[in-house]
Write a protein of this length. Structure first.
Length: 94
């Protein structure tokens, strides 16, 4: 995956979405492992109008966690998700 660049052409740090997609082996592999549409996964790294700008929508957290467990990924994969309780805002632990 190519690093994102800012308007000055300088490399920006990889987003959580980019790192998670890399962990799965790319957009297609992530989509296949999670059962999500390729366009949905691709949108996570897009900065366009419909993109999520490197953020993974919370509604996909459970799907991703289950796929990561099936793939045998280390616990660090879960750190890439923003796992917060929608009521109290406390961080959840997988």
């Amino acid at each position: 995956m190519h690093p994102a660049v800012d308007e000055m052409g300088d490399a920006m740090p990889a987003s959580n979405a980019s790192r998670l997609i890399d962990l799965f082996g790319g957009v297609r592999a992530t989509a296949s492992a999670t059962g999500l549409d390729i366009a949905t996964v691709s949108r996570w790294t897009s900065t366009g109008k419909r993109g999520t700008h490197g953020q993974i929508p919370a509604k996909h957290n459970t799907i991703i966690m289950n796929a990561a467990k099936r793939e045998g990924f280390p616990a660090r994969a879960y750190a890439l998700l923003d796992l917060r309780c929608p009521v109290c805002g406390n961080k959840w632990k997988p």
